[in-house]
Design a protein around this ligand. Structure first.
Ligand SMILES: [Zn+2]
Length: 300
């Protein structure tokens, strides 16, 4: 039975405008729409007057000018990055250098390698390295609000979500997205880690999630439950296909993602691979050599 995720797809990006999403948090959507970014990347500005920036977005002159104009006379104290994908991190050092502050992130990904055939628009910003490496549960205090870093590996190994405890809100970037499921990208992305990170965020019972793309999620608990159920369901579907003798990822994707935009099939292939790698690690499935997009799989 198909799992129904209560997607939130009604969103007006209001490009170039800071939109208040709470008393402490404002959102500016970068004008970089696409199949992986939906309406574009959400840049979050936390605080008033003295502010912190979460995920400054792509490094283009146009976006830089928009950010500088929107921030205006406010002072930027820190630039945080959730992960090193090219729609989130490349503007970080340029913006921090403009405001004379530092960049913060988890540090380099465990694995920078890209799989052959993994043709992704949301490519790695492989050169990104934060000035300051944040730790899981590290708290950054400001006047009237704070930012709590939560390490959420899965989408990438170095993915961090940032909570604003005073709002009980979480900037969850690409860990949880309102408009679609997230992509787990092996070899750096890991499905076992991803499921653990979904539970980690669900257990904290946030009142609102602010994703890296699209609208906020105002009822996180049923949403994350459906996200987890969707993954479990996908796992069962893949096991079913393997049981029926299907051994190739490309053929599985054509069946499992028949109603998905074919431009997203390469990303879908990576998600299926991520599921199967987890099955190999847990001895459910065997593979001819190291698991890859063109490998042949069967149940063990
Ligand atoms: Zn990403």
């Amino acid at each position: 039975m198909a799992t129904s995720i209560p997607y939130v797809r009604d969103f007006d990006p209001q490009y170039g405008t800071l939109v208040s999403v709470s008393d402490r948090v404002r959102r500016l959507t970068a004008n970089n729409p696409g199949p992986f970014t939906a309406w574009g990347t959400n840049v979050y500005v936390v605080g008033r007057g003295q502010v912190d920036i979460i995920d400054p977005g792509p490094n283009t002159d146009e976006h830089f000018e928009v950010l500088i104009r929107a921030i205006g006379e406010e002072r930027v104290g820190r630039v945080f990055v959730t992960h090193q994908h090219s729609d989130h991190s490349p503007m970080a050092h340029r913006l921090a250098s403009h405001f004379g502050c530092q960049t913060y992130g988890f540090g380099p990904a465990v694995c920078q390698e890209t799989l052959d055939g993994a043709d992704m628009e949301a490519a790695n910003d492989v050169d990104f390295m934060p000035d300051i490496c944040v730790q899981d549960e590290q708290l950054f205090k400001s006047d009237g609000w704070s930012i709590l870093a939560l390490h959420t590996p899965g989408h990438t190994s170095n993915h961090v979500c940032y909570a604003v405890p005073e709002d009980n809100g979480l900037m969850c970037a690409d860990h949880i997205m309102g408009w679609a499921t997230s992509v787990v990208i092996p070899p750096d992305g890991d499905m076992g880690d991803y499921m653990h990170s979904l539970h980690k965020i669900m257990d904290r019972k946030f009142a609102v999630l602010w994703p890296g793309h699209g609208a906020g999620i105002s009822d996180p608990d049923p949403f994350i439950r459906a996200y987890i159920a969707h993954r479990n369901n996908r796992n069962a579907q893949i096991l079913g296909l393997l049981k029926a003798g299907q051994s190739q990822i490309k053929a599985m994707v054509r069946i499992l993602y028949a109603e998905t935009d074919p431009r997203l099939h390469p990303a879908a292939s990576l998600s299926v691979l991520a599921h199967i790698i987890h099955m190999v690690k847990t001895d459910l499935v065997v593979c001819d050599g190291a698991p890859g997009l063109d490998s042949t799989f069967c149940l063990s």
